[in-house]
Structures are given as C-alpha cells and as structure tokens.
Design a protein around this ligand. Structure first.
Ligand SMILES: NC(=O)c1ccc[n+]([C@@H]2O[C@H](COP(=O)([O-])OP(=O)(O)OC[C@H]3O[C@@H](n4cnc5c(N)ncnc54)[C@H](OP(=O)(O)O)[C@@H]3O)[C@@H](O)[C@H]2O)c1
Length: 307
C-alpha cells in the first residue's frame, strides 16, 4: 500500500510503497479516506521524542484517521465490514496517512453521520485532548471561568466549544485576525496575545488550559483563584509555582479512547461541537501540510485527503 513515511529523523515525508499493516484479533482494518496532522507529528519526526518514544524506519506518519472498515479481527464485536469509523490510534498502531490503518476496537468510534471524512479526521486527537483536559483532568464545572491559550488552534477551537457546552465562561488568547472565529465558536473574552497581557486583564479563573508552556504557562498562575488548576499539554516542572500560588498543576499526554470519542460523536451529532478545518491537502502534498502546521498559525485543523 502507499503511505506517507519518513526514512529517518529530520527527513522530509515522502509517499512510498510499504507492506499492509497486520490485523490482530481485537482490531479492524480501515480503508483510510482522510487523516489529519498534529504538532506532535513534527516533534516525533524531528527526533525530539527519541528517548521517550523510539520509532523504527520507515515510519508511517499520522495519528488521526477516518475511513471504512474492510476487515474485522476474530474478537471484534461492535464493528463490521462497511462501517464508517474514526479514531486516534495508540502509538503502536499510529500511521494513518496511508491507504490502510489497523486500529484496536476499543480505540474506535462510529464516524459522526453529519460529517464527511475530512471533517471527521480533524476530530480525534485534538478533540480527545480538549475533552480530557477540561473534564478528566480539569474537572471544569458549570459557571466556572476557564482560559484557553491558543483558542484558534486545533485543540483550542474544539476546547472552546466543549467548555461552553459544560457551561463555563471562556476566555481565550489568540491574535486579532482570529477574534471573529473564536467568538463564533463561543469565546466570551478574547485577548490578543500580541498587544495585550492576559495576566493583567484576567483574574479569579478556575482553570487554565495551557497549550503553550514556557513563560505563558508561568504567567498563567497569576490569573488563578486559590485552589484553581492549570492543565498543561506541555510537560514542565512547576511544583514551586503551584505551591506559591496554592493551585493545582497537571501536565498530561492525551490517551486514545473509543468511549470518549463516541461521546464526541454524540456532541457532533447533537450540533454542540463542530469541526474547524483550516486547510485540506492531498496525499501527495503531505510534506507541504507539515510545513504549514510547523509555522504555528493554523486556524483549526489541517487535514489530508487520502481517497
Ligand atoms: N500533551 C498532549 O497530549 C497534547 C495533545 C495535543 C496537542 N498538544 C500540544 O498543544 C499545543 C497546541 O496544539 P494545537 O494542535 O492546538 O496547535 P496548533 O493548531 O498548531 O496551534 C496554532 C494556533 O496557536 C496560536 N498561537 C500561536 N502562538 C500563540 C500565543 N503566543 N498565544 C496564543 N495563541 C498562539 C495561533 O494563533 P495565531 O495565528 O493568532 O498566532 C494558531 O491559531 C502544541 O504544542 C501541541 O504539541 C499536546
């Protein structure tokens, strides 16, 4: 089959012939229709996660998939051939920018009926990250105030909608050209990170969803009420700051979950959550797509059309 691969760390992505993935008894084979890309792909590709997450070459890129089930493992009970599905597969099964992708049954969900394949592929990794950060990690409650950094990005654009659905008051940081977009997604307060200082404008927040790390993460402590929380997508040692401000800090890495993805399907079908796609690229343009994402200014998600 054809797949988007890298032959070594730091190399460009190329389309190449590779063997078909092997089906296991608890997995399904998906004929991939669309995939999406995430900043983590560029991080893995550059070799920054070599120690923590060693990969072998040729390595197939891609963590988000949507498509049609063409084969099911002997122990699979919930899905059948012909089902339209989507997923964020685990590390071992990653490699969705390819003609076929094998995914474990418990990491799979039915594709939202209202979305096409490209829209569906934009959801799993970013949507699960936003959902897990705000609920499982951030325990966001109705009436609470949350700041979402980079509300215009892949994660942020979904996080705004989920936080509003949970009944929170939502502030976001982004630049002025994205104000209308984030307000349309539900943001109540918008801070232009280029001309304003969020730490001077906001106070008494219950939760910060930190997508940026570094100084932005550190300044985020200043806007929290005592007992508030920062949930960070960038791992960092902040024990001292958390103690100083008497707040909770948790850095986490999102995890695949068919069950949570099914919940997101429901939110999409109920028109609570909608995908936000910035650009769509063809299979052959995948390196171009990665170059665009790397610039750090995507408005929502970047997707790859496979079929
Ligand atoms: N730990 C995990 O499990 C996990 C999961 C998913 C993502 N992540 C990480 O979370 C981060 C966000 O991911 P993503 O997919 O949302 O990225 P993304 O889509 O590439 O984010 C791009 C957005 O960030 C905005 N932005 C850039 N600099 C900013 C700043 N200083 N302040 C506020 N907004 C800024 C840009 O707006 P402008 O165009 O206005 O600059 C753009 O809309 C990445 O670092 C990613 O690696 C971690």
């Amino acid at each position: 089959m054809k797949a988007a691969i890298i032959k070594d760390y730091g190399k460009q992505v190329e389309i190449s012939e590779v063997p078909m993935p092997e089906l296991s008894e608890d997995s399904v084979m998906i004929e991939v229709h669309a995939a999406s890309i995430n900043p983590i792909d560029n991080i893995v590709k550059a070799g920054y996660m070599k120690e923590m997450m060693p990969i072998s070459f040729p390595y197939i890129m891609g963590y988000d998939v949507s498509g049609v089930v063409t084969e099911v493992g002997a122990k699979v009970s919930k899905f059948k051939i012909g089902d339209e599905v989507y997923s964020r597969p685990n590390q071992m099964d990653a490699g969705s920018i390819a003609e076929y992708n094998v995914v474990k049954e418990d990491e799979l969900a039915f594709k939202p009926s209202k979305l096409n394949y490209e829209e569906s592929a934009s959801i799993p990794l970013a949507g699960l990250t936003a959902f897990q950060a705000l609920t499982a990690k951030g325990n966001l409650q109705k009436g609470q105030k949350v700041l979402i950094h980079a509300g215009s990005g892949g994660v942020g654009s979904l996080a705004i909608q989920i936080a509003k659905h949970l009944g929170a008051e939502v502030a976001v940081t982004t630049s002025r050209s994205n104000f209308e977009m984030v307000k349309n997604l539900g943001a109540d307060v918008v801070i232009d990170y280029k001309t304003q200082k969020f730490e001077e404008e906001l106070s008494d927040y219950d939760l910060v969803l930190d997508t940026m790390g570094g100084e932005i993460m550190k300044k985020s402590f200043e806007i929290l009420k005592k007992g508030g929380s920062i949930v960070s997508l960038k791992s960092q040692d902040t024990e001292e700051l958390a103690k100083k401000y008497d707040v909770n800090f948790e850095a986490f890495f999102m995890w695949p979950s068919g069950e949570m993805l099914t919940h997101l399907t429901q939110l999409i079908n109920d028109e609570v959550l909608k995908p936000m796609i910035d650009r769509s690229y063809s299979f052959e343009q995948v390196q171009e797509a990665y170059d665009y994402l790397q610039r750090g200014h995507a408005k929502g998600k970047v997707v790859i059309k496979i079929r």
